[in-house]
Write a protein that binds this ligand. Structure first.
Ligand code: HEC
Length: 139
């Protein structure tokens, strides 16, 4: 009898411990990616979108250095999720298709992190680049 109680108690404790704290991360938010945005970009995206995300006419790719992270994030999300957002227009069919292939190859990314990477490294400042201190003009 006593033994059983102890066992039951420890089981309860185990469950209790599991319940709080280190739960499995809620799927979408804390997903881990095997590559950093930089790796994904320099190993894959750049081939079609250009070294500086400037867009390549021969690949018919649009630039991605012309918007800021917030906006870019939505497009990055879109192409990855294959037109889940039907409402946002499906002009990204090609890229959505490419992206499925790229995902299979492990070129997965977090849209937000990727958007920030692209903005930070490639965002095209207004022409005749002003000294850094200048406030960014609306493009
Ligand atoms: C095989 C060539 C190719 C590769 C590799 C590629 N893209 Fe694309 N991408 C395209 C083409 C072509 C388009 C334009 C047609 C379309 O949007 O479907 C495009 C469009 C996009 C758009 C929409 C741009 C906009 O203006 O809204 C995003 C976002 C994008 N690509 C992200 C990526 C990312 C991120 C990667 C790397 C993981 C990547 N692409 C790799 C060919 C490519």
């Amino acid at each position: 009898m006593k033994k059983t109680t102890v066992v039951l108690l420890s089981i309860a404790t185990l469950f209790g411990l599991n319940g709080c704290g280190t739960d499995t991360p809620s799927s979408s938010v804390a997903k881990t990616y095997s590559k950093t945005p930089a790796e994904v970009y320099t190993q894959s995206c750049h081939k079609c979108h250009g070294e500086k995300a400037e867009g390549l006419t021969e690949k018919k790719t649009p630039p991605m250095n012309d918007r800021q992270a917030g906006e870019l994030e939505l497009d990055l999300y879109d192409v990855k999720n294959d037109g889940i957002n039907q409402s946002s227009g499906t002009e990204h069919d090609k890229m959505a298709h490419n992206m499925q292939k790229l995902l299979e190859k492990g070129f997965d990314y977090d849209p937000k992190a990727m958007a920030q990477y692209i903005e930070k490294n490639f965002y095209k400042m207004p022409p005749k680049t002003a000294p850094a201190a200048e406030a960014p003009a609306a493009h």
